[in-house]
Design a protein around this ligand. Structure first.
Ligand code: SAM
Length: 226
């Protein structure tokens, strides 16, 4: 995006702007995406199956969230949607569905989840849309883990690890939440042995995975966020 640049609209966006919001040529809208921040734009063409906006001026610069990824095992559709929505609201930089030993989902609709992340970012006035990744096996992700990124490994089987983030360093982090069936013994052993992993208990109650994701992000934001 830049001054005088045209932004083409997809059919759903055109439907929303022209049929739902009843905007027409010349009307103003705020747009954001990529690294461009938020821009004031005007409708330059409006059609049933598309249209375009013309960018006028930047209204807010891009504000990057802390470098936090949320890794979670997809659960039922509505709850997976909830996790993505809340992660985007809470400022995750990247949202990664992972397939663990006890994950039931074999595929996800990445495009649907990305659309939820966009809506959530719009709703909370963010200028950044987190990337929703495709489903990958946890073992593959751990095998090429990026250097310098720490992992907050949330597991109900841990005891008394609530203060684990107290002295932890800032910088790039990821949070890992397991599926309804929890982690397998092999995964627990592997995760506990990783030098970059910080095992964290979220308290004595067994939380649903979607609740755990929100609780873990809140805890992390409070201890290590901006
Ligand atoms: N019975 C399962 C087990 O044995 O782990 C329960 C899994 S729980 C419904 C789903 C995920 O939420 C867990 O794998 C963990 O990542 C997270 N979680 C739930 N409660 C937690 C707690 N008290 N502390 C840390 N993580 C928790």
């Amino acid at each position: 995006m830049g001054e005088g640049q045209t932004v083409p609209l997809a059919a759903e966006q055109a439907h929303y702007l022209f049929s739902v919001m009843r905007l027409g040529v010349g009307d103003a809208v705020l747009v954001f995406g990529g690294r461009a921040g938020e821009w004031l734009a005007r409708v330059s063409t409006a059609g049933k199956r598309g249209g375009a906006l013309l960018c006028e001026r930047q209204t807010r610069p891009l504000r990057l969230p802390p470098d936090l990824w949320l890794l979670f095992a997809p659960i039922k559709k509505a709850r997976t949607d909830f996790i993505v929505e809340k992660a985007a609201e809470m400022g995750a930089a990247r949202i990664c569905p992972v397939q663990t030993d006890f994950t039931n989902a074999e595929r996800i609709r990445q495009d649907r989840l990305q659309a939820h992340a966009i809506e959530a970012a719009e709703q909370c006035g963010g200028t950044y849309v987190p990337e929703v990744c495709n489903l990958r096996r946890l073992s593959d992700i751990l095998a090429d883990w990026p250097e310098g990124r720490r992992l907050m490994f949330c597991d109900e089987a841990l005891v008394g690890a609530g203060a684990a983030l107290g002295d932890a360093p800032r910088g790039p982090w990821a949070i890992l939440i397991g599926p309804e069936g929890g982690f397998s013994d092999a995964e627990r052993t592997r995760l506990r042995g990783l030098p970059f992993a910080h095992p964290v208990s979220l308290g004595p109650r067994v939380l649903r995975a979607d609740t755990a994701a929100v609780a873990a992000m809140t805890l992390w934001q409070q201890a290590l966020g901006d």
